[in-house]
Write a protein that binds this ligand. Structure first.
Ligand code: UD1
Ligand code: CA
Length: 464
């Protein structure tokens, strides 16, 4: 038996998002909003963690995988009914049960920690989180008796004017004594007209039997925003972005303008790195130390080494080793791998290719499905013609080769080590190591013998 288990309520459709995607899968800060709740439960050491799913349950299950258990709520008959669906998975599993929503991504683990700590200190039947706010946000009101203790939660829809005036609101987050929860949960009365079971009625049940209810009160409204509309989504995004950015700045990363720097939750950044405005770091991106990123840059699911420079570029599923630099206006696509110190200048594109250490491609080049050795010079406008209309083919370029400007490398083709290709060549056959070729199609021009060997009509002297 563990100290704490968690139930995350996520069966709702989220009608007001007007979306085919279930509400809790809408991304905030780069991850599905329910992932924030799961991470919070994990941070508190909760086990097991049960996600109550309903609307598009299979999609939610697919997205979140086996890091949590799932309870299925066929009809959304209220928050109390939702928790009841998790009972078979949780009864006898833990001393306390934390209840969270899957649509409250800005709630912090620190606040939950305080809630659980208060619960463990006082050992009431339940401990709830309330917030003091001028804006009621449609939340239930926390009603306190003459002694100051909580006696009920009343939903806004059924509240009298006096109750509506109460500024202490129920956040919907609770820590229950497990034995008490499972014993009394079935006693929640049914609320007409929709026949719902309100978890908030647990407060009334506790008070009626003389059990205690403790309250942790917060003033920070930004932590308890439930997401119902795309407006809320943008607000939560802003809150999480600010938090993520503050964390990286305190870790030693310079954000020149945090308001226009968009770093998703799972991104890692080394110290002394500088990030210029309008930069998006997404997915599982890892950036080393002393890198300079941006402005106007998007990096997704990529590994950027120490001291790299990425200027006004797009980098997706790519790797840049230490000291490599690209831009302005470079594009690294899936499988691009730039070795140490590679320089890739304006308007370059690399896909599914490795470029060895020290290789330079300064201007307007496309390298796809290629292996390029070290210290190769790729002249302006060089293109690997990797697609014949049906299939992709590979290009291999040896160490220290010199590829003249405007070269077309018609794949499959291999250029040997130290070979030189004159400007404007269309290379349709392999080029031996050290050879000099140029022309359309490219032929050898280094020695007469080599020319003869390079095949066919080349061997015949031509009349002018
Ligand atoms: C609930 C509280 C209210 C509180 C507010 C805070 C009740 C009766 N009311 O109201 O006091 O101020 O949260 O946000 O609990 N869910 C299910 N199955 C259901 C119903 C809901 O999984 O049958 C999930 C929803 O997907 C959502 C969460 O529970 O994630 C809260 O449900 P919601 O309908 O938004 O509750 P509120 O009416 O806002
Ligand atoms: Ca709500």
């Amino acid at each position: 038996m563990s100290e704490l288990a968690a139930v995350i309520l996520a069966a709702g459709q989220g009608t007001r998002l007007k979306s085919d995607l279930p509400k809790v899968l809408h991304p905030v800060g780069g991850i599905p909003m329910v992932a924030w709740s799961i991470q919070n439960a994990q941070a508190l050491g909760a086990a097991p963690i049960v996600l109550v799913v309903g609307y598009k349950a299979e999609a939610v299950r697919q997205a979140m995988g086996d890091q949590v258990l799932y309870a299925y709520q066929e009809k959304q008959l209220g928050t109390g009914h939702a928790v009841l669906q998790a009972r078979p998975l949780l009864e006898g599993q833990a001393r306390d049960v934390l209840v969270l929503y899957g649509d409250m991504p800005t709630l912090t683990a620190e606040t939950l920690q305080r809630l659980v700590a208060l619960h463990r200190e006082k050992r009431p039947a339940m401990t709830m989180l309330s917030v003091l706010s001028e804006d009621s946000m449609g939340f239930g009101r926390v009603v306190r008796g003459a002694d100051g203790r909580v006696c009920a939660i009343i939903e806004e829809a059924v509240a009298s004017p006096e109750i509506l005036a109460i500024r202490e609101l129920n956040c919907g987050v609770y820590c229950f004594d497990a034995d008490w929860l499972w014993r009394r949960l079935p006693d929640i009365p049914i609320t007409p007209p929709k026949g719902e079971y309100y978890l908030t009625d647990m407060v009334g049940l506790a008070v009626a039997e003389g059990a205690r209810v403790e309250v942790l009160t917060t003033h920070d409204v930004s932590e308890v925003q439930g997401i119902n509309t795309r407006l809320h989504l943008a607000q939560a995004e802003r809150i999480l972005r600010r938090r993520i950015n503050e964390r990286w700045m305190l870790e030693g990363v310079t954000l020149v303008d945090p308001d226009t720097t968009y770093i998703e939750a799972a991104v890692q950044i080394g110290r002394e790195t500088v990030i210029y405005p309008n930069t998006f770091l997404q997915g599982r991106t890892m950036i080393g130390e002393r890198a300079v990123i941006g402005p106007n840059t998007l990096i997704r699911d990529s590994r950027i080494g120490n001291g790299c420079r990425v200027l006004m570029s797009v980098v997706e599923e790519a790797v840049m080793e230490e000291g490599a630099n690209i831009g302005p206006f470079g594009h690294l696509r899936k499988g691009a791998h730039l070795g140490e110190g590679v320089h890739m200048g304006n308007f370059g594109e690399v896909k599914d290719s490795y470029l060895g250490p020290g290789t330079k491609m300064g201007h307007f080049s496309y390298i796809g499905d290629s292996y390029v050795g070290r210290d190769v010079n790729i002249g302006a406008g060089t293109v690997t013609c990797n697609y014949d209309g049906q299939r992709k083919h590979r290009t291999v370029i040896g160490d220290r080769a010199f590829i003249g400007s405007g070269t077309m490398l018609v794949a499959p083709v291999t250029v040997g080590e130290g070979a030189r290709i004159g400007a404007g060549a269309v290379v349709t056959r392999d080029v031996p190591a050290g050879a000099l070729v140029y022309g359309v199609p490219a032929r050898r021009h280094d020695t007469p013998k080599a020319q003869a060997e390079s095949g066919g009509e080349d061997a015949q002297p031509k009349s002018p």
